[in-house]
Design a protein around this ligand. Structure first.
Ligand SMILES: Nc1ncnc2c1ncn2[C@@H]1O[C@H](COP(=O)(O)OP(=O)(O)OP(=O)(O)O)[C@@H](O)[C@H]1O
Ligand SMILES: [Mg+2]
Length: 519
């Protein structure tokens, strides 16, 4: 039947049959007619099968408000007859048992002597999912702002804590008790730095160093570490597969993801339990089930972490990615593990699917976009002994905070650098221009500057310094994550960004690398 040859009645029939909403006619307590969209929505095999089902079998026993579906349905129909039509939300049950939300519009069909209703159902599953995603996105955004702010202040404090304890540790060689105290301070400082890093990873504001990496090889390299983490009581199956699968991600963060998933499995399984971590190629399309956040269709690499542990209850499942959500006793879990995983995965353009239930074990599938293999790059990234090549070089250190500046100066001097300190951008430019202090300062080999300073900020300083000395290497330091600094446009031209808190070793290594690259 085509529209041009259709009679008026044919046209109505065509509309009834073809529309995407589910259309039904109910008379009394049975279905008289329905269209194909109804059959598809309820996942019945045939229209006949559906029409012979009693309407009450299409609803779960209770509605979300706790009322019995049967009673409430009669009430809704009565309202429709009384007012002519009635619109409301309802939970239905598909043939396979899945309960899903619909919007219902009941319209009374005015037929003398008969109580007929015209019914329209609209599936709300997708709308509900989007709403939930939006709420989640807002929550993450707010927490992200809060944590970047806190992280900045903490990172400055941690520079002092970590750096000074490193210095103490080196100086207290002949006082073992004091040395071990310094070592404890250092350890606590590093743990605090990790926590701040995790908060930032969660808030997706961490400075990432994404590279094209073979996820299969990355996981294969971690096999021993993962087995040690899981302990002997857990049968670990690490299955990276035997072919390379390339993604763009920060390798350190990928390791963090795998470790967090393994640690959770370890806590969830009974002795003799099982954990499997596999890397597989995957295609994501609209049928990919359980994705926490929607992904564009295409080729992905899946990191699958499965255990046969206690599983997660339906009540807890929506909250597991929330920061500080934990079901573990105080001291056992902080609730940052999965929040971190979530942040890293989203920032790497991926998504997570979780399938779990009490006593049924848990499966996390992490999808990361698959990319073309990395072209082999010329130079290897051999790590030379920190500072060896650059020792003796002259660093201009620009830092407005006296405590940090003293500390960084000592760190560099111990590694054999000469250091000249400026407390701000103006003074630094004067030194570089050969003015104040330049006589004794001599040639500057590297500019090491904080980004956030009153007056000329670090980014502007590097720009103006390069007007004087075009090839001057520069390293910027900041307690703020890079994304937060987006306002100070032009960051990309800068040689390097060193995130606070840094250790003496990291500082010296980065300074040495920057100086060497110019040489
Ligand atoms: N594999 C799993 N099996 C069962 N429950 C899990 C699993 N992974 C996570 N969970 C649940 O999700 C919660 C949150 O996990 P998450 O890793 O974020 O925090 P945590 O493990 O409690 O603490 P942290 O990782 O910070 O030490 C856990 O407390 C646990 O209830
Ligand atoms: Mg955890």
């Amino acid at each position: 039947m085509t529209i041009s040859e259709g009679t008026g009645e044919d046209l109505y029939r065509l509309y009834f049959e073809r529309t995407g909403d589910a259309f039904l006619i109910i008379e009394g307590d049975r279905f008289v007619a329905c269209n194909d969209a109804t059959v598809r929505m309820l996942r019945y095999r045939t229209r006949d099968e559906l029409l012979h089902t009693h309407p009450s079998d299409l609803s779960p026993e209770l509605q979300p408000d706790g009322r019995r579906s049967f009673e409430k349905a009669n009430e809704m129909m009565a309202v429709a007859f009384e007012r002519g039509s009635h619109r409301f939300e309802w939970d239905h049950r598909r043939a396979d048992g899945e309960v899903f939300p619909v919007e219902v519009l009941l319209t009374a069909v005015p037929m003398p002597g008969r109580s007929m209703l015209h019914v329209v159902w609209r599936d709300l599953t997708e709308r509900r999912r989007l709403e939930a995603e939006l709420v989640q996105a807002h929550k993450m955004e707010a927490l992200g702002r809060l944590s970047s702010g806190i992280a900045h202040d903490f990172n400055n404090l941690l520079v002092a804590i970590i750096g000074h304890s490193e210095l103490l540790l080196a100086d207290l060689g002949d006082l073992p008790d004091q040395q071990s105290s310094a070592a404890e301070i250092l350890k606590a400082g590093r743990r605090a730095a990790d926590l701040v890093g995790q908060l930032l990873a969660f808030s997706r504001k961490q400075v990432l160093r994404p590279q094209t990496i073979d996820l299969a090889a990355t996981i294969a390299d971690m096999a021993d570490m993962l087995r040690r983490l899981l302990g002997e009581g857990v049968a670990a199956e690490i299955e990276p597969g035997d072919r390379p699968l390339w993604v763009r991600a920060d390798p350190g963060q990928v390791a963090q993801v795998a470790l967090n998933l393994a640690a959770n499995a370890r806590d969830a399984v009974r002795p003799g339990g099982r954990f499997r971590l596999a890397v597989e190629p995957a295609i994501v399309d609209e049928r990919t089930p359980d994705l926490h956040d929607a992904l564009p269709p295409g080729p992905y690499v899946a990191l699958v972490a499965e255990d046969d542990g206690e599983g997660i209850s339906a009540g807890d499942l929506p909250r597991i990615f929330d920061p500080f959500f934990t079901t573990k006793p105080v001291g056992r879990g902080t609730g940052l593990g999965l929040a971190t995983v979530y942040g890293i995965v989203r920032q790497s353009g991926g998504s997570i699917a979780v399938v779990s239930g009490p006593g049924r074990g848990t499966r996390f599938t992490i999808y990361l976009p698959r990319v073309a293999p990395q072209e082999t790059q010329g130079g290897a990234t051999a790590v030379e002994p920190a500072g060896a090549a650059a020792a003796g070089a002259h660093v201009l250190l620009v830092e407005d905070e006296a405590a940090t500046s003293r500390l960084v100066r000592v760190m560099l001097e111990r590694a054999g650098y000469r250091v000249t300190v400026a407390t701000g951008g103006e003074q630094a430019l004067a030194i570089l221009a050969g003015g104040e202090g330049a006589g004794e300062a001599g040639r500057i080999d590297l500019l090491l500057t904080d980004i956030v300073m009153p007056g000329i900020d670090g980014v502007e300083l590097v720009r103006r310094a390069r007007e004087l000395h075009p090839s001057l290497p520069a390293v910027l330091t900041s307690g703020y994550p890079a994304e937060f600094l987006a306002g100070s446009a032009g960051l990309p031209f800068v040689a390097d960004l060193l995130q606070k808190p840094f250790s003496a070793q990291e500082l010296v290594h980065r300074v040495a690398t920057a100086v060497r690259e110019r040489a």
